[in-house]
Design a protein. Structure first.
Length: 293
C-alpha cells in the first residue's frame, strides 16, 4: 500500500479516534482503514494503535509517529500550496464548520456561487450547532455566532445576526401581546436548545422564558420552531433571516420590537494568517460578498 496514504489514514484515525469516521472521510470501508494502519505498522515494524472493539488509542510509539506524520503532511501541503500560489490556480478541498441556520441560509448560497467561479476547489460544509474546538478539529474555517472566548485563532468579523420575537396572529389573538420580555414567562415560548449554555446567556436577553424549564417546546432546529410558531404553538426568538418571508406575508407577527435582543456577532475563524491559496480564496470571497458589498 502507498505509504503516504497510510500516513494520511493513520493521522485521521489518531485525531478522530474512530475507524468509522475515517472510513466515511476517505469513502472506504472500516476494514480498508484497518488495512492501511496495519500496513503502516508492518512497514515500521512497530505497533502504533491499541485497538479494541469500541475505540483506538495511541501507543507511545504512535504518539511520537503521529507528531512526525503531522509535520510531514503539513510540509507536503505547504509545498503544494507554494506551487498553486506560483501558478495562481487554487485547488483542493476547503473544510468548513458552521451553525445550522447560518450554514443553510447564508453560506450555502455563497458556496454554490463560489463553486461556479472556482471549478478546481471543492467545499465540505458541515452544519452543526455543537461548539467545536477549532484549534483541534480538521476544519479549515469555522463560522461562529456569538461572543468569542479568548483565542489564538484569527477572527474576521461578518455582519451581525439580528434576532427578533415573533408569534402567529392566531396565537396573539388567543393569548394577547406580551408587554415586555418579563411578560414572556406568562406565554408559551418555543426555545432553541443550545448544547452548552442557557438561552438567556447565549442570546443576551433579560428573561428565562426560553430556558428549558419554561418552554413548551425545545429544539435544536430553528426551522422546526418556526413551523411550530406558524401553527400557533407560541412565541419564538429567531434570526431575522429565518423569519423575514413569513413576517412579510403576515403568517407571523413581530412582537416586542422595542426590546429586540442585541444583535449577535458573527465571526469567520481560522488558525493561521498563512492560509493555503484555496482557503485564502474562499475567505476573500466571503468577505467580498458579505462585508465589502
Amino acid at each position: 500500500m502507498d505509504k503516504l496514504k497510510n500516513m494520511q489514514v493513520f493521522v485521521y484515525v489518531a485525531q478522530n479516534g474512530s475507524f468509522a469516521k475515517a472510513a466515511a472521510h476517505f469513502s472506504v470501508s472500516s476494514t480498508m482503514i484497518g488495512k492501511h494502519v496495519k500496513s503502516l505498522e508492518e512497514q515500521l515494524g512497530i505497533k502504533l494503535l491499541n485497538r479494541t472493539t469500541r475505540k483506538q488509542s495511541l501507543t507511545e510509539a504512535g504518539q511520537i509517529y503521529l507528531r512526525e506524520c503531522e509535520r510531514i503532511l503539513s510540509d507536503i501541503a505547504d509545498a503544494e500550496n507554494s506551487l498553486q500560489t506560483l501558478k495562481n490556480k487554487p485547488k483542493g478541498t476547503v473544510r468548513i464548520n458552521s451553525p445550522v441556520t447560518y450554514g443553510n441560509l447564508v453560506l450555502a448560497p455563497l458556496v454554490a456561487d463560489f463553486l461556479q467561479l472556482y471549478p478546481d476547489i471543492n467545499i465540505e460544509l458541515v452544519v452543526d450547532n455543537a461548539r467545536i474546538d477549532p484549534m483541534h478539529e480538521r476544519f479549515d474555517i469555522v463560522f461562529r455566532v456569538g461572543e468569542l472566548a479568548d483565542s489564538s485563532l484569527i477572527a474576521r468579523q461578518l455582519p451581525d445576526y439580528k434576532m427578533m420575537f415573533a408569534a402567529s396572529p392566531e396565537y396573539l389573538l388567543h393569548k394577547g401581546y406580551p408587554g415586555s420580555q418579563a411578560d414572556l414567562l406568562n406565554h408559551h415560548c418555543l426555545g432553541f436548545s443550545y448544547s452548552d449554555i442557557q438561552p438567556q446567556l447565549a442570546l443576551g436577553i433579560e428573561t428565562h422564558a426560553f430556558d428549558r424549564q419554561h418552554t413548551r417546546l425545545q429544539s435544536n432546529s430553528g426551522l422546526a420552531l418556526k413551523v411550530a410558531a406558524l401553527r400557533g404553538a407560541g412565541v419564538i426568538l429567531q434570526p431575522r433571516l429565518i423569519l423575514s418571508e413569513v413576517l412579510m406575508n403576515g403568517s407571523l407577527v413581530e412582537v416586542l420590537q422595542s426590546e429586540r435582543p442585541k444583535a449577535m456577532p458573527v465571526n469567520m475563524l481560522y488558525k493561521s494568517k498563512q492560509l493555503p491559496l484555496k482557503t485564502r480564496t474562499f475567505v476573500g470571497y466571503v468577505l467580498g460578498e458579505l462585508v465589502d458589498n
